[in-house]
Design a protein around this ligand. Structure first.
Ligand code: HEC
Ligand SMILES: [Cu+2]
Length: 313
């Protein structure tokens, strides 16, 4: 691309909307600044010391009407901007249910990406064109921020919690991926690229990746390796709840609360077992914070989410 690009490419369904809001804000701000600065300059000249311009009270009618008009016009304008940006923001946090779910880990100083097929990539993200993609992200060390300017997508990635973002790519091609949160000495090197492929090519790419277990299968291994299986086995030495069919169900807790066993609950159960103790069980489960790596956590949680009622772990 020659010269200076004023805008990054518009490569997602979200991009035109963000640009429209941004442009309107820019125009509105410019008009207000020019108006205020113009009046300031005009009055400064007109009422400079020694000028013959009339001084004294403003006619009451004029000042009241201007006051009411100016205040209500700007209030409506501000409300409209709020509504528009708010509606766009709400749409940006609600992925369609069929969205392709891709996991991202931010770590000093790289992006690690896992596809549902088990394919793994570093500092690269291949996505199919025209399909909604949902990113479920976590950080291993410090706060990072997943930033793809061409998609107008930026989301912080925070240790100890899951953050999500979604987009639908609308233009095939390669786009910059940045970390947009200062995260240490090599922050500026924490870059990558997003490759948008037509769906057939994405499927071909996905198949061409080294054969490996998918995320849930890897999780099943980690479940044994980390020692979870030793307790969470039917008839084992420890009285621990079975985990099959847990995901998506309501859980009764020892303190009387009922909570939904969503992805965050599963994750917290592993990192902070004392926080939500299941009714009828002793709080004997150790915390795996600092024991299981972020990648292991993702795999184990994917495994738990894949467990249906039938298969008892
Ligand atoms: C020392 C035995 C022990 C080990 C090891 C253990 N757990 Fe647990 N786990 C328990 C017990 C007891 C409970 C129920 C009490 C509670 O909620 O803390 C439980 C609760 C849970 C729950 C919540 C279950 C529900 O019905 O809501 C999940 C999820 C879970 N464990 C996953 C794991 C995973 C994953 C591992 C391995 C990383 C693991 N556990 C290791 C004993 C254990
Ligand atoms: Cu970073």
């Amino acid at each position: 691309m020659g010269g200076v690009a004023l805008w990054p490419a518009q490569a997602s369904a979200e991009a035109p909307r963000v640009d429209a809001i941004f442009s309107l804000l820019l125009v509105v701000s410019a008009v207000i600044i020019l108006l205020v600065a113009g009046l300031l300059l005009g009055f400064a000249i007109r009422y400079r010391r020694g000028s013959k311009a009339p001084r004294g009270r403003l006619p009451a009618i004029l000042s009241r009407d201007i006051e009411i008009g100016w205040t209500s016009a700007t209030a409506f304008l501000a409300l409209f901007l709020f509504w528009w940006a708010g509606a766009a923001q709400l749409a940006a946090v609600q992925p369609p249910p069929q969205a392709l779910e891709i996991r991202v880990i931010g770590r000093q100083w790289m992006w690690e990406v896992r596809h549902p097929s088990g394919a793994r990539e570093l500092d690269e993200l291949h996505v199919p064109l025209g399909e909604p993609v949902r990113l479920v992200m976590s950080a291993e060390d410090v706060i990072h921020s997943f930033f793809v300017p061409a998609f107008r997508l930026k989301q912080d990635v925070v240790p100890g919690r899951l953050t999500e973002a979604w987009f639908t790519a609308t233009q095939p091609g390669e786009y910059h991926l940045f970390c947009a949160e200062f995260c240490g000495t090599e922050h500026s090197a924490m870059r990558g690229r997003v490759v948008v492929l037509p769906p057939e090519d994405y499927a071909r790419w996905s198949h061409a990746q080294p054969e490996g277990d998918n995320l849930a299968q890897q999780g099943a291994k980690a479940f044994v390796a980390l020692g979870c299986a030793g307790c969470h086995v039917a008839g084992g030495p420890v009285h621990a709840p079975g985990l099959a069919g847990l995901y998506g169900r309501q859980v009764a807790l020892a303190d009387g609360r009922r909570v939904m066993a969503d992805e965050a609950y599963l994750r917290d159960s592993i990192l902070l077992p004392r926080q939500d103790v299941v009714a009828g069980y002793d709080p004997v489960m150790p915390s795996f914070a600092g024991v299981a790596s972020e990648a292991e956590l993702q795999r184990v949680v994917a495994y738990l989410m894949s467990l249906r009622e039938a298969a008892t772990p």
